[in-house]
Design a protein. Structure first.
Ligand code: DGY
Length: 328
């Protein structure tokens, strides 16, 4: 059976597919496929391993023969899951294996924003490191502060662990449901969204992009945060309104920001956020460690192999397609 892969993935994942006797074709060009190209490539394929592609209704309806789609990501906001489910195509993602690496990135961005680190690095490159000024370049200390986690899933918990362990930060969180394990382990307190904004010194976003979270952090929300607060987003750029974020930072409504995801992506090089001292931006590299990317590729390959055997995927996004007793 044949598997089409939309990007070059780590050898660890490829090997699993080959060991399972599958024919593999990878898209090696450094650009996204158009919808028509993807449809064409998938005509040959029984399964699709997808990274960085929008999988909308047009593509899915034209590729209804696919036995499985495995995403090389935990996020699946780029896939029309409703259509895939209607067509009975199982879709898998890669939860869990990237939680630590993504939380590391959130922690890094929090620190970098708090200490103006990326900006200060650039002053050296620009030849501006001259004499010592006791009142210049001052950052924020995080010890004893409050971390507000928006979305206390696996990645949120990892970020909370790091902040509690490193800085003794108090943890508050807002989530659809209470996370009793996080409450027990970290003494985290479930609060309303308004309380989260009011109490937090750092707000870190770890929720999925959904119709409810899209544009959630806008001007009105930034206004309810502390003027000393740092906003961190490693989830999806569309969860914040970037114009409103720029304006909140320029007008000192909030103090700083750390972003691994931007709105839109890629961010343009003349974006004002890139020249603000209290802002740190990375190009969506949250899960980019060798270990994590290997683990993601292996999990995605595992989803493909299971799907092609007609078995339930190890990590299905739409388990509701399994209605029979064989899969339940
Ligand atoms: C994920 O896995 O969702 C990462 O953000 C990469 O897209």
């Amino acid at each position: 059976m044949n598997v089409f892969i939309t990007r070059v993935i780590p050898e660890a994942g490829l090997q699993l597919l080959k060991d399972a006797g599958l024919q593999v074709k990878q898209w090696t060009e450094k650009r996204k496929l158009t919808v028509d190209e993807l449809i064409e490539e998938c005509k040959w394929a029984d399964a699709l391993l997808s990274a960085g592609q929008q999988l909308g209704r047009e593509f899915l309806e034209a590729s209804a023969h696919l036995k499985v789609i495995a995403l090389n990501s935990v996020g699946y906001d780029n896939v029309d899951i409703e259509t895939a489910t209607r067509l009975k195509i199982p879709v898998g993602n890669t939860p869990g294996v990237l939680s630590g690496a993504t939380a590391d990135t959130a922690f890094l961005l929090m620190m970098a924003a708090a200490r103006n680190a990326f900006y200060m690095h650039k002053t050296i490159i620009d030849g501006e490191w001259d004499f010592f000024e006791p009142t210049a370049n001052l950052g924020k200390e995080l010890t004893g502060g409050t971390l507000g986690v928006f979305g206390m899933g696996k990645i949120g918990v990892e970020m909370a662990r790091r902040c509690a362990g490193a800085f003794g930060m108090k943890i508050v969180y807002h989530n659809r449901n209470r996370n009793l394990e996080a409450e027990q382990e970290l003494g985290a307190t479930f609060v309303s969204f308004e309380e989260l904004l009011r109490q937090s010194d750092v707000i870190s976003v770890h929720t999925a992009l959904t119709p409810e979270t899209e544009g959630k952090f806008d001007a009105a929300v930034f206004k309810q945060m502390k003027s000393s607060a740092i906003f961190v987003n490693t989830a999806r750029g569309k969860i914040h309104n970037e114009e409103d974020l720029i304006s909140a930072l320029q007008n000192k409504v909030i103090w700083g920001a750390g972003l691994d995801v931007t709105n839109p992506e890629p961010m343009k090089s003349d974006n004002p956020l890139l020249t603000m001292p209290n802002v740190a931006v990375l190009p969506h590299i949250g899960s980019a460690t060798e270990t994590t990317r290997d683990a993601m590729a292996k999990l995605a390959a595992g989803n493909i192999i299971a799907g092609l055997k007609g078995e339930k995927l190890p990590s299905p996004v739409n388990p509701e397609i399994y209605t029979d007793s064989q899969h339940n």
